[in-house]
Design a protein around this ligand. Structure first.
Ligand SMILES: Cc1ncc(COP(=O)(O)O)c(C=O)c1O
Length: 395
């Protein structure tokens, strides 16, 4: 029997305005729009195309069978916190105490959320490079804080101290350093990070370093600003990209105790703890599977070289990514379309989907993101279609 709703008043007008103002991410919007198309080649994918390593999956199965199904410590099991601290110490020279300087989160997404909710208040400002992953801005806005994007398009997408300085005010609460970057693939060098760290040393500003792609770097090992500015940096990482574990939802947040003890309260009242079964699998990933990313990285690197050559042959302008698995490609001047219309025209005309640059802030306009987290066959087919589209020209 249908419920009688006649005369009922809906309450949408009472929804928090800051939430109402948020739109779903442009990446999802576009993917949802085209996902039902037949014979579509999608180069939009933002997650690894490999299965979770077998030994990690088995650790998850064993955890279920062994009844590892209860709440854990709010910050995560000590076993996992120890493994996570050991991992970042060995890989990146980051030193954090398992007892008090790390929180296991529900993916990097939750780590971003609880970090911002702890450090931001009404009217404070957050400086971010643009183009940028769209996961930060809505949370900043929900806090009544102000995202201040710096246009980095004209500097090969590098975010330098000189570009940051003019945007620092007495309201600046945080600078986001998301490297290696989604969508540009750029990663900052040790020198660039040291410069920023030295400048911030005596300033009351947090750094949020989202390093979720740290295991996927191609030209040189990953460097974290957490090494040079530990007391002010919140380092975010996780297993989604390194171990192809997006659905397991395990992330990490590292910071000094005077910061984590407050973030932990937000985490506790948000999710209590990360999934207990996934935490067991995560221990396996970070210990026995410490170098699981290497094989995947090798394959991504081969694809990266292939895509770069193909884009060059098409005379398309793109920075060769130093990390992650995306190319951020300039839409040729000869095509008079904004990035959304370009992506739509491309998908309609040639059945190949890419993400419009505008999904990555207004400073992504004029570009599209092409992911190489897909098989070589898919890549080849997708690039053939793109090439054909460019030869025929847009409608
Ligand atoms: C830069 C960046 N940060 C964070 C995330 C979210 O990671 P997770 O799936 O672990 O929440 C993503 C996912 O694509 C990302 O690209």
């Amino acid at each position: 029997m249908a419920l009688a709703t006649e005369g009922w008043t809906e309450l949408e007008h009472l929804i928090n305005q800051q939430v109402k103002d948020i739109e779903i991410s442009g990446i999802r919007k576009f993917s949802n729009m085209v996902s039902q198309m037949d014979n579509l080649i999608s180069l939009t994918i933002g997650q690894p195309d490999f299965p979770t390593p077998e030994h990690v999956k088995n650790a998850g199965i064993k955890a279920i069978e062994g009844n590892v199904t209860s709440y854990t410590h709010n910050a995560g099991t000590m076993e996992l916190r120890e493994a996570a601290c050991q991992f970042v110490a060995e890989k990146y020279g980051l030193h954090y105490k398992p007892e008090s300087e790390v929180i296991v989160t529900t993916g990097a997404s939750e780590a971003i959320d609880i970090a911002f909710r702890t450090i931001l208040s009404e009217g404070t400002e957050v400086i971010l490079p643009g183009p940028i992953y769209p996961g930060y801005e809505p949370i900043i806005r929900m806090m009544g804080a102000i995202p201040v994007h710096v246009d980095i398009r004209h500097n090969q997408f590098r975010f330098t101290l000189e570009m940051i300085k003019p945007y620092i005010t007495d309201k600046t609460r945080c600078i986001v350093l998301p490297y290696p970057s989604n969508p540009t693939g750029v990663s900052l060098t040790e020198e660039e990070l040291r410069e920023i760290a030295a400048y911030l040393k005596n300033r009351d500003i947090f750094v949020l370093a989202d390093e979720i792609y740290s295991e996927l770097t191609y030209d040189r090992p990953h460097k974290s600003i957490g090494r040079f500015l530990k007391e002010k940096t919140i380092v975010i990482n996780g297993l989604s990209k390194s171990h192809s574990m997006t659905g397991w939802r395990i992330g990490f947040l590292f910071a000094v105790e005077s910061i984590t003890k407050h973030i932990l309260k937000v985490h506790q009242y948000n999710v209590s703890c990360a999934n207990s079964i996934a935490q067991k699998a995560a221990v396996e990933a970070l210990t026995t599977g410490m170098d699981d990313a290497l094989l995947m990285r090798k394959e991504y690197n081969t694809r990266r070289e292939y895509v770069y050559e193909r884009l060059q042959a098409m005379c398309l302008e793109a920075v060769n990514p130093e990390g992650a698995f995306y190319f951020f490609v300039k839409i040729p001047d000869s095509i008079p379309l904004n990035s959304f219309d370009f992506a739509l025209d491309l998908v309609k005309a040639s059945k190949v989907a890419v993400v419009p640059g505008s999904a990555f802030s207004k400073y992504g306009e004029g570009y599209f993101r092409l992911s190489f987290a897909c098989s070589r066959e898919t890549l080849e087919l997708g690039l053939n279609r793109l090439e054909q589209y460019l030869q025929i020209g847009s409608k």
